[in-house]
Write a new protein. Structure first.
Length: 182
């Protein structure tokens, strides 16, 4: 069976965006971006919340001379996408379908039938998957910034035992922590 993987770039105090909804501090540099690209190569399907999808859909048409950005655009375009939204009428990317509600049984079936790993993105959608016990691996990219509040990367009120698989330190101070659900 494939893995359901949650990856997030977070502040050191555990937020994916600050209290004003900003996440400009989380933009990866070239070294981190290339590393993320290598992790994302294994993904066959992205499960996205609406807000994350709105941010990520730029990769659908992005034309860049920068090799790392061009590489990620190709990874994004090659994957299937499922957007969870009650309001989005139609997707603005290829290989994309809309689901109105997160159904753990449907995601479990996806894991059973998929040939490649699945990524869950957006902290609120990921929280639902974590609470349902569906997330197999967690990639946290801790940025060297404290934002003091905002949208949490991980859900409150959940006890989740993890096993550290790997860690890596980058030149810009970002630290990658890779965990498996124990």
């Amino acid at each position: 069976m494939v893995k359901l993987v949650y990856s997030a770039i977070t502040s050191l105090d555990g937020y994916v965006e600050d209290e004003d909804g900003n996440f400009d501090w989380s933009a990866p540099d070239e070294e981190v971006h290339a590393y993320i690209n290598d992790l994302e190569r294994e993904i066959g399907t992205y499960l996205c919340g609406r807000r994350l999808y709105d941010v990520m859909v730029v990769w659908e048409t992005l034309q860049s001379d920068h090799p790392v950005m061009r590489d990620y655009a190709e990874i994004w375009r090659a994957a299937d996408k499922v957007v969870y939204s009650r309001t989005l009428d139609k997707p603005s990317s290829e290989r994309t379908r809309i689901e109105r509600e997160f159904d753990p049984a449907v995601v479990q079936q996806m894991k059973t039938s998929a040939e490649r790993d699945i990524s869950v993105g957006g902290s609120e959608l990921a929280a639902q998957a974590i609470k349902a016990g569906l997330v197999d691996e967690l990639n946290l990219f801790l940025s060297p910034v404290v934002v003091g509040g905002g949208k949490r990367a991980l859900p409150a009120g959940v006890r989740w035992q993890l096993e550290l698989l790997d860690e890596r330190r980058f030149g810009n101070g970002v630290v990658h922590l890779h965990y498996r659900a124990a």
